[in-house]
Ligand binder design. Structure first.
Ligand SMILES: Nc1nc2c(c(=O)[nH]1)N[C@H]1C(S)=C(S)[C@@H](COP(=O)(O)O)O[C@H]1N2
Ligand SMILES: [Mo]
Length: 210
């Protein structure tokens, strides 16, 4: 028998499979959501900076960044505005692997990370979450380089890995047009977190706002 492919049937299937977090609904589209306008990307002047609680500050230009080792992961993404998109494929750089390779050397005090986007958006996460396999500095979606509206050339990416028990936050915890990571000893709220969104943002506990 053929599987139904209409939106409602797919959503029912995800719910039966335990992949639909409370209050979410499935979309087959890929909505574009952000505050402000899309910043231009110039590969000649673009740079990615890592600073704060690290032994050495890092600055990579686009050529250097694009040669970092890449990982591919499949994620279900969950926006706080209640849409969920399933089985999305992302490729990019994992922070865990950068540390393993010695490309980032954290100070022992490092415990939180603030993502900085071109245009001023910020969002914060505990270091522990940034090191999980469901977080990526993504440069590819669906085997193709990111489009400008979805965060080109690099975005923070966080989602749920089906069957995995690791913590998953809402999608705002991944900054599009990401240009820097600041490692911190203490937590510092990002853009939406300051505006009243929940700091932990756990999709299963429905932590949308404080
Ligand atoms: N730089 C930046 N990144 C951002 C945002 C933003 O406003 N600016 N919005 C966040 C929110 S609320 C969501 S749901 C996702 C949306 O990503 P998309 O447009 O690729 O679907 O980006 C997140 N990252
Ligand atoms: Mo969102």
């Amino acid at each position: 028998m053929e599987q139904p492919t209409d939106r409602q049937s797919l959503e029912n299937q995800m719910e039966r499979d335990g992949r639909l977090p409370p209050g979410q609904s499935l979309t087959k589209k890929f909505p574009v959501l952000h505050y402000g306008s899309i910043p231009p990307f110039d590969p000649q002047t673009w740079s990615f900076r890592i600073w704060g609680e690290v032994e050495e500050e890092i600055s990579w230009n686009w050529e250097e960044f694009s040669q970092l080792p890449q990982t591919e992961i499949q994620l279900d993404i969950h926006c706080v505005t209640k849409w969920s998109k399933f089985d999305t494929i992302w490729k990019g750089v994992s922070i865990h692997s950068l540390i393993e390779l010695g490309l980032i050397q954290l100070k022992p005090e490092a415990a939180y990370v603030l993502q900085y986007a071109d245009g001023g958006y910020t969002t914060n996460l505990p270091l522990k979450l940034i090191l999980q396999e469901n977080f990526l500095l993504a440069t590819y979606f669906d085997e193709k380089p990111l489009t400008p509206e979805h965060g080109a050339p690099v975005r923070g990416m966080v989602g749920h890995i089906p069957g995995s028990e690791i913590k998953t936050t809402y999608f705002w915890k991944g900054a599009k047009w990401l240009t820097g990571l600041e490692f911190l000893t203490e937590d510092q709220l990002g853009f939406w977190e300051k505006a009243g969104y929940h700091n932990e943002a756990d999709i299963w506990k429905e932590q949308r706002s404080r």
